[in-house]
Design a protein around this ligand. Structure first.
Ligand code: GDP
Ligand code: IMO
Ligand code: MG
Length: 435
């Protein structure tokens, strides 16, 4: 009986949504532990497409419980709109969704204040999703945030909201980013929304820990990716939460001693949305080819994703920070038409080999990636569902990634659909997510 974390090992959009949806049938509960509606997880089930933002991908499995943990920031407008979209597509959400009373509430003022850092002359923009995620987490660590439990405490909410928003209005005015927000109307709107989410709110740490004591299993779902983690990522070009494995404990209230394994999801290449250093970015036609074949456009903002080659030093770093037992390599099919596939095997600065991931963006920008070219397989892998059927050169490519990262490739994805997936028999992956 395993409780397992599945998270992104690169800069997000690795295909976590597909993988969590696929394997959530092996668990009793799927729990998201951080982020907000900056995430965009696209899942295909037959001809139906679902884009999940705040709700764990496990919700698509009938009868499974889905938890929004205390580590998230929740915009109730976005949440209810996502619930409505899913319910109108026939997914039973309200009965299976549990929202932490300790999660933080995101308000329109957070979105407005994001312009203070993102849109003012002279500031280096992070290229955020403009959802107000950063400012909401700032309020959380600044100890003035409003949590779901506060929103439901009607008298307290009114007075607390007024004082917090007064500060925000003053700040916005001072920085000349004032938007004509109707603060009172927003307060009334949130009070109404509170009643709609109230039946789904509980102490999700109690729920999860009791379930684990009862022998039930939990799949912890990360959003974003390790290189966007506020501590371990390419700071300051990161998101504002703990996307790495440690976040699963702080973001749900389940102790590390109750978790049995960590699985990283990685593309067979790599992408990034927004600004920030990217050592293996392919700025030539190959980058465009990957973008086109992989349909690499953001699920939340529609922005074209920056594309590049698999970065083994980066994966070695994220494997260490997270303790990956195994990785899932997704979108192998996107590389089907390349004659040669470069893989970054080392980092150098000024000709000197680096053994550690540099801590500063200034240094990462100076990295000279060392590439080795692996022969492509030039045949379709799309939809292949057993390891034996893969072309020999595709197997060689995967073996090369394993040798250069030191991590097992336990699962391979060859298309967006559930059945377009290979689980390697006898792998740690199979042991962790298998029955
Ligand atoms: P997430 O944020 O990590 O869940 O990833 P996204 O959903 O943002 O982006 C991954 C995209 O790739 C989605 O549109 C998926 O449907 C798609 N996808 C996932 N796995 C595969 C795969 O193996 N092959 C192909 N061609 N597409 C995939
Ligand atoms: P999923 O879960 C890719 C990026 C943004 C920006 C930075 C900070 O789908 O993998 P934020 O709005 O979070 O303050 O933006 O993080 N970013 C993502 N990139 N996938 C995501 O989520 C992302 N969520 C945030 O582009 O560079
Ligand atoms: Mg995504």
């Amino acid at each position: 009986m395993s409780n397992v974390i599945i998270l992104g090992s690169q800069w997000g959009d690795e295909g976590k949504g597909k993988i969590v949806d696929l394997f959530s049938d092996r668990f009793d509960i799927v729990a998201r532990y951080q982020g907000g509606h900056n995430a965009g997880h696209t899942v295909f089930i037959g001809d139906k497409k679902f884009v999940l933002k705040l709700i764990p991908s496990g919700i698509l499995r009938p009868g499974k419980k889905a938890v929004i943990g205390n580590g998230l920031v929740v915009d109730p407008v976005a949440l209810l709109s996502e619930i409505e979209t899913l319910e109108s597509a026939g997914v039973a959400v309200s009965a299976n969704l549990f929202i932490s009373n300790r999660a933080h509430v995101l308000f329109p003022a957070h979105r407005m204040l994001e312009k203070m850092s993102e849109a003012r002359p002279g500031r280096v923009s992070i290229g955020t999703t403009s959802r107000g995620i950063g400012p909401c987490y700032e309020d959380k660590t600044g100890r003035r945030g409003i949590r779901v439990a506060d929103l439901l405490d009607t008298d307290f909410f009114r007075s607390h909201y007024d004082s917090v928003m007064e500060e925000k209005a003053t700040l916005a005015k001072a920085f000349d980013i004032y938007e004509d927000l109707d603060w009172r109307a927003i307060r009334d709107q949130y009070e109404t929304l509170a009643e709609r989410i109230r039946p789904m709110v509980c102490d999700t740490a109690v729920l999860l820990n009791q379930a684990i004591r009862d022998g039930k299993t939990v799949l912890f779902e990360g959003a974003q990716g390790t290189m966007l983690d506020v501590d371990h990522g390419t700071y300051p070009f990161v998101t504002s939460s703990s996307a790495s494995a440690g976040g699963a404990c702080t973001g749900t209230g389940v102790a590390p001693t109750r978790i049995h394994g960590v699985i990283g999801v990685s593309k067979a290449y790599i992408t990034r949305v927004g600004s920030g250093p990217f050592p293996t970015e392919a700025l030539d036609g190959a980058g465009d080819q990957i973008r086109k074949r992989g349909n690499e456009f953001g699920a939340v903002t529609g922005r074209p994703r920056r594309c590049g080659w698999f970065d083994a030093p980066l994966l070695r770093y994220t494997a260490e920070v997270n303790g990956f037992d195994s990785i899932v390599v997704t979108k192998l099919d996107v590389l089907d038409e390349f004659d040669n596939i470069p893989v970054c095997v080392g980092y150098r600065i000024g000709g000197r080999e680096l053994r550690e991931m540099p801590a500063t963006v200034r240094q990462i920008e100076k990295v000279e990636p060392v590439f080795e070219c692996i022969p492509g397989w030039n045949t379709s892998t799309f939809g292949i569902s057993t390891y034996d059927e893969l072309p020999a050169k595709a197997k060689d490519y995967l073996a090369f990634l394993e040798s250069r990262t030191g991590v097992e490739v336990g699962c391979i994805s060859t298309g967006p659909e559930r059945n377009q997936t290979i689980v390697r028999p006898g792998s740690h992956f199979e042991k962790l997510v298998g029955r």
